[in-house]
Ligand binder design. Structure first.
Ligand SMILES: *Cc1c(COP(=O)(O)O)cnc(C)c1O
Length: 367
């Protein structure tokens, strides 16, 4: 779905040098590059505190742990999403309360959040799915009114800009109390293994998050709170330090592919191209079509036969997963889980590849 080898080939001299200096220094754990990358990312995002950690799922877990929520507290989060947030809620004995999503933007439907708020609700956790922000202005207003925390799952939208109605622009993930991200290789800012980060502008939360990620200790071997062991490898930090300089360029390349897909699929009778939220830029972690009246397995097979991979993100709403069953129905989440198909998108795609994909998608419907 994403060509990581070509991107590495382009950046090879810089990345190899950065890896080599870690090996030369043998600073494998919490080496200087971890701090340097955290500082660079903090500058890039405009977030005061950046705490690197082992992966994006840990980032969410640590974020929720830092809030010290009573057992059974409720976390409002989209029902159509990746599993990570629901998973860490259950691990921490919190209750995910699923909200339906907007059919056009795939992000949480802010008009349905307030009806889900109960005395147990403590957090709203939007997921900026596929690369654009949920309607953060509305979410922040609801959170303020009901005294709730906001945790943004920014794993798919790093680098996106959100513009408030007063013109203020903030980076995706830095608007709520805590933002989390993943550096999984295929993410917009990916390393060559696992990695993640947590960010906040709140000093007290920053301190707490840092402690929790490091066995609950501020001073070595003195443990004030229960924590976890979640570190970003120095080698991964050294790679990310190089790649962060290219993040805006990577996102621009993704947008360029998306623009061509948009133009090709506009007004197609069988294909609904992804809509863009007017207050957020889109960094197209995924380019996801809706094809509600199409035989999707056959469509995918046909493309696979000419070497074009496609993916379904995600085939089941969270509340229909065996481990997470809830007896609810969210109509948009259910429709989307049967209708979405994501096309290949990434950096370093050849113009010919893009055109080949477009041509084959369109050809499928001409038969
Ligand atoms: C990738 C992803 C995560 C988890 O990241 P890992 O690094 O794989 O743990 C969490 N949330 C979303 C929305 C993601 O896309």
């Amino acid at each position: 779905m994403v060509d990581l080898a070509s991107q590495y080939a382009r950046l090879k001299p810089e990345i190899d040098a950065s890896i080599q200096q870690v090996l030369d220094k043998a600073a494998y754990i919490n080496g200087p590059d971890v701090k340097a990358f955290a500082n660079d990312l903090s500058q890039y995002l405009g977030a005061k505190h950046v705490i690197p950690c082992a992966n994006g799922t840990d980032a969410l877990q640590i974020a929720l742990m830092a809030l010290d929520l009573p057992i059974g507290s409720e976390v409002i989060t989209p029902g159509f999403s990746y599993i990570a947030l629901a998973e860490v809620c259950l691990l921490l004995h919190l209750k995910p309360v699923y909200c339906d999503v907007n059919l056009d933007t795939f992000t949480v439907d802010v008009n349905q959040i307030e009806a889900l708020i109960t005395p147990q609700t403590k957090v709203i956790a939007p997921v900026h799915l596929y690369g654009q922000c949920a309607d953060m202005e509305a979410i922040m207003a609801i959170a303020q009114k009901h005294h709730l925390y906001v945790i943004e799952d920014n794993a798919q939208s790093i680098g996106a800009d959100y513009t408030f109605s007063n013109g203020k622009v903030m980076k995706s993930g830095t608007i709520g109390d805590i933002g989390t991200t993943s550096f999984f290789p295929s993410k917009n800012l990916g390393c060559y293994g696992d990695g993640g980060a947590i960010y906040t502008n709140n000093d007290a939360l920053g301190e707490k998050l840092k402690m929790i990620a490091n066995h609950g200790q501020k001073v070595k071997y003195i443990h004030d709170v229960v924590g976890v062991n979640s570190r970003l490898d120095t080698l991964q930090a050294a790679i990310l330090k190089v790649k962060l300089q290219y993040l805006d360029e990577f996102n621009k390349e993704r947008r360029n592919v998306a623009n061509q897909y948009d133009a090709a699929f506009a007004n197609h009778p069988n294909i609904k191209a992804p809509s863009r939220n007017s207050s957020s830029t889109h960094v197209f972690h995924q380019y996801t079509l809706q094809m509600c009246d199409v035989d999707i397995p056959h469509f995918r097979d046909t493309l696979q036969k000419v070497g074009i991979p496609t993916m379904i993100y995600y085939p089941l709403p969270l509340y229909k997963q065996t481990a997470y069953l809830q007896d609810i129905q969210l109509p948009h989440s259910e429709v989307l889980s049967t209708c979405v198909v994501s096309l290949p998108i990434g950096t370093d795609m050849e113009q010919e590849q893009i055109e080949f994909i477009i041509e084959n998608v369109l050809k499928y419907f001409k038969k």
